[in-house]
Design a protein around this ligand. Structure first.
Ligand code: 13P
Length: 253
């Protein structure tokens, strides 16, 4: 069985002090839960402090983005070399980065760079509202997968996050059945791009207004392997509850 993951994408929130305090709140409650992978993705500036705090913890640390070059004249960017020793994961291709920072062009290189440095990529894909309403969801997603994974030979450590853009930060989550169907189709596509065996082992998360109210239903679906959580991951009681509920769901699976 795939180990579910509840990943918190903190986006551009928390100072270093706030990040450390948030993690401490979560740690007390979550350290001993072992059937769910817990991941926090604070802003770059907090990664070092948080990773030191969590050095011996069962909670893992991820970055929200990175450049694909090792170093160079890329003002304001952070390279895989700089994060590889403090991050287990890196989020790549979040829709906010695709929208505001033209990340579409760089995603394939970023996936390759993550693999090169042994940072597990969490690749975000998802359709816009009008694409969803026009029945284009799978066209968009297949294109995103093909672009992101072109020339990528090894996907064993890849995590996919299906985040329909219309569900992000809107309070309107996709229904659990809807998300499960799309994630099943994503798995099939990965099977055709690679093979069904590897596709069946990959974790595919749902993201978009996931919270303590809907996580049990989402985690109970056959294809959904947890969630990439924005707003609710900044509220310790919500995040803790989401991990605990997912743990309970998987204890019964
Ligand atoms: P919300 O959970 O705030 O909708 O954000 C989802 C998201 O973008 C996670 O990466």
């Amino acid at each position: 069985m795939r180990t579910p993951m509840i990943a918190g994408n903190w986006k551009m929130n928390t100072t270093v002090e706030e990040a450390v305090a948030l993690v401490k709140d979560m740690q007390k409650e979550l350290e001993d839960i072992s059937n769910v992978e817990k991941l926090v993705c604070p802003p770059f500036i907090s990664l070092k402090a948080v990773s030191e705090l969590l050095a011996k913890s069962s909670i893992k640390v991820g970055a929200q983005n990175m450049h694909y070059e090792d170093k160079g004249a890329f003002t304001g960017e952070v390279s895989p070399l700089m994060i590889k020793d403090i991050c287990h994961y890196v989020i790549i291709g979040h829709s906010e980065r695709r929208q505001y920072f033209n990340d579409d062009f760089y995603i394939n290189n970023k996936v390759k760079a993550a693999n090169k440095y042994g940072i597990n990529p969490i690749l975000c894909i998802g359709e816009k509202l009008e694409e969803n309403q026009s029945g284009l969801t799978m066209d968009v997603i297949e294109r995103q997968l093909e672009q992101a994974l072109a020339g990528v030979e090894h996907i064993g450590n890849l995590v996919i996050a299906y985040e329909p853009i219309w569900a992000i930060g809107t309070g309107k989550s996709a229904s659990a059945e809807q998300a499960n169907d799309t994630i099943g189709a994503i798995r099939q596509k990965l099977g055709s791009l690679y093979n069904n065996k590897i596709a069946s082992t990959l974790r595919i998360l749902y993201g978009g207004s996931a919270n303590a109210e809907n996580i049990a239903e989402l985690a109970g679906q056959s294809e959904i392997d947890g969630a990439l959580v924005g707003g609710a991951s900044l509220k310790p009681e919500q995040y803790i509850s989401m991990v605990k509920q997912t743990s309970a769901v998987y204890n019964k699976k």
